[in-house]
Ligand binder design. Structure first.
Ligand SMILES: Nc1ncnc2c1ncn2[C@@H]1O[C@H](COP(=O)(O)OP(=O)(O)OP(=O)(O)O)[C@@H](O)[C@H]1O
Ligand SMILES: [Mg+2]
Length: 264
């Protein structure tokens, strides 16, 4: 689809060409809550198969960014494209049909469902884009190493396992773009390793991943490229190792755990 657009004789505007070459792209995205500018003119793209790290201190606007990209909140201005489709005016459910899925920062389960039942439900999700690989719930449980937990009610599972089960359910929806809001928070070290492998697995199949995380070490391991938000604005885009040496980024994080995590 992207290639069709880039190779056709039809004149393509530069903004549309960038959108088409990316799995997800946004241009000049802004969102305010009253007088608070939570997101200011953010422009970025994620390529198919790329894992992009999204960093920033507490309150920087990372969750707002995911909320606006996924359609949970509508932006005040700016555009969002999934491949060459403009989804800016679409609801979250409608964007999901284009292959855009997200997970939540605090996703403790309250449903009286077992993991297996959750995955069966997720496998029924309609999706306009059928090109990404389709898995059965059993295959996904195997990939995530969750088989032994599948028959247990979600709310009875440890928090880290609940988060992995939710991510497995999202993976069943054949995502083309996955936006993950702090997937490692509250997850044990061994499970972080397993989760990282799963994220790499989906990226290797062409899924574009946006990874919001405070666990900088894991971001460095998984991502070639990161962006850094501060007070709603993008203050850095580039390689993770350059981000941590950047004086503007260091100032934004001053007093936070960032430097300690990297040096510790
Ligand atoms: N629904 C809302 N109504 C009013 N203000 C909000 C709302 N959602 C977020 N904010 C404010 O917008 C700013 C950005 O919040 P956001 O949750 O996006 O930050 P974050 O980078 O995800 O932070 P954290 O690392 O703590 O998760 C904060 O000042 C927050 O208080
Ligand atoms: Mg957040």
């Amino acid at each position: 689809m992207a290639i069709d657009i880039l190779m056709s004789n039809e004149k393509v505007s530069p903004a549309r060409a960038v959108a088409a070459a990316s799995a997800i792209s946004c241009a000049k995205l802004s969102k305010s809550f009253g007088g608070l500018h939570a997101l200011r003119d953010v422009t970025f793209q994620i390529a198919p198969g790329e894992i992009l790290g999204i960093l920033g201190p507490n309150g920087a606007g990372k969750t707002t960014f995911i909320n606006v990209l996924s359609g949970m909140l509508h932006a005040d201005s700016g555009t969002v494209h999934i491949y060459d489709d403009d989804v800016s005016a679409m609801s979250m459910a409608h964007r999901a049909r284009y292959g855009l899925f997200r997970t939540f920062q605090n996703s403790r389960s309250s449903e009286e469902l077992t993991g297996y039942e959750l995955l069966r439900l997720a496998s029924l999700t309609p999706n306009k884009t059928k090109s990404s690989k389709t898995y059965t719930p059993d295959e996904l449980l195997e990939i995530f190493g969750l088989k032994r937990f599948a028959g247990i009610i979600l709310s009875d599972l440890p928090y880290g396992i609940q988060k992995m089960m939710n991510l497995a359910a999202v993976a069943l929806c054949r995502p083309k773009v996955l936006l993950l809001d702090e997937p490692f928070q509250g997850v044990a070290e061994a499970e972080i390793e397993r989760l990282s492998k799963v994220i790499r697995h989906f990226a290797s199949e062409g899924v574009a991943v946006g990874l919001v995380e405070h666990n900088v070490r894991s971001v460095m391991r998984l991502c070639n490229r990161v962006i850094v938000l501060d007070a709603g604005a993008m203050i850095f885009e580039g390689r993770g190792e350059d981000a941590v040496r950047d004086p503007v980024v260091q100032t934004a994080y001053l007093g936070q755990r960032f430097a300690g995590e990297l040096n510790g």
